[in-house]
Design a protein around this ligand. Structure first.
Ligand code: 5AD
Ligand code: FES
Length: 354
């Protein structure tokens, strides 16, 4: 391996930071050999915090109505071909019940930005889940809200919040989103969430249209600066009913490389091997774990709505029951020498004695 590349990876593993120029060089000069070396370092760093534990998050996609019109997303409001659905509070609680029995101790309520669910409704759902499953963590992933709304969700018992920043380059942001959406508000939301004490997740798509290495460097610097507890990344995958239908998908190779880099930038971050990763390659999630990820997020949504939550084409697991995905993932994780932990899997600040 090029000694300069090795030196950069060693320093990243030791100091958990690199300059913008170094990150750019690392990404642009990556080779298969460098990636393998990076992944080894990433696995070692992760082991110090989390051993061989992989955490489960039960994803409940409770609405695919969305008032937004993100250019890349299959459930954007202009997609008249999306078949819209909403789950009732009872259906959501039933998903939690099933999930609890399968060993899930985190429920992620994810949806489009759907004004049908008022803040009161979200507060009620969160309170009810917390009341019934007091040993579980609740993650919300319902988009941009006011500071006051976030405060109310937190007070109701929500522990975590996922809001990918999508890209940390403002000019790039405006190429992925319609003019009425603002990069500044996205950033405001993320800072609010951190300040309110949510375990906060940001993240971005890899290989989204118009993305350059400089955009990715901005993403990595932003991630380092925000110090989120979670980072969700996955390849961009085109959806045929969006304006980006003909754009190229992101690659597995670059997504994995960035997972390794993020593990070294933020050693104890909770890092999912995402569904998008599993969609572009049959072993994408296993490879993600081997590159430094430590979370998987199988779907707990009722089977009959799964095909409708299509953010991108060919999404996996849309025909499977929750129990099937749970067992499938367990098999996959164990096949690579890791194991699924039945626990909330909270963010660890100090180093675990393993
Ligand atoms: N390809 C990959 N990821 C996508 N997302 C939305 N649309 C796509 C797509 N076409 C991601 C976004 C969003 C998350 C829920 O899903 O990053 O934040
Ligand atoms: Fe859903 Fe494998 S994780 S079928």
């Amino acid at each position: 391996m090029n000694p300069e590349v090795k030196e950069r990876i060693d320093r990243l593993a030791r100091e958990h930071r690199l300059t913008a120029a170094e990150l750019k060089a690392l990404i642009d000069s990556r080779t298969e050999e460098a990636a393998e070396y990076l992944f080894e370092k990433a696995r070692e760093v992760r082991r110090q915090y989390y051993g061989t534990d992989v955490y489960l998050r039960g994803l409940i996609e409770f609405t695919n109505y969305c008032k937004n019109n993100c250019i890349y997303c299959g459930i954007r409001r202009s997609n008249a071909r999306a078949q819209r659905y909403r789950l009732t509070q009872k259906q959501i609680l039933d998903c939690c019940e099933t999930g609890y029995g399968l060993g899930f101790r985190t429920f992620v309520l994810q949806g489009g930005e759907d004004p049908y669910y008022s803040d009161d409704a979200i507060v009620q759902i969160v309170s009810e889940i917390k009341h019934r499953f007091p040993d579980c963590a609740i993650t919300l992933s319902i988009g941009e809200k006011s500071t006051e709304s976030y405060r109310r969700f937190r007070e109701a018992g929500a522990d975590r919040y996922l809001l990918r920043h999508e890209t940390a380059d403002e000019a790039h942001y405006s190429k992925l989103h319609p003019p009425e959406m603002s990069f500044q508000n996205r950033m405001r939301c993320l800072r609010d969430l951190k300040a309110l004490g949510f375990q906060t997740g940001c993240g971005f798509m890899v290989g989204s249209p118009f993305q350059t290495t400089d955009c990715l460097v901005e993403d990595l610097l932003f991630v380092k600066e925000l110090q989120p507890e979670m980072v969700g990344i996955g390849p961009f995958i085109p959806h045929s009913d969006t304006p980006f239908a003909e754009k190229a998908a992101g690659t597995l190779e670059l997504a994995l490389f960035l997972l390794g880099v993020i593990r070294l930038l933020l050693p104890s971050v909770l890092l999912p091997a995402t569904t998008a990763l599993g969609t572009i390659h049959p072993q994408g999630r296993e490879l993600g774990i081997l590159a430094g990820a430590n979370v998987v997020m199988p779907n707990l949504s009722p089977r009959d709505v799964r095909k409708k939550y299509m953010l991108y084409d060919n999404k996996i697991c849309t025909g499977d029951e929750a129990a099937e995905c749970r067992m499938c993932l367990q098999r996959r994780i164990e096949s690579i020498g890791y194991h699924i932990a039945v626990s909330r899997g909270d963010f660890i600040r100090g180093r675990k004695a393993v």
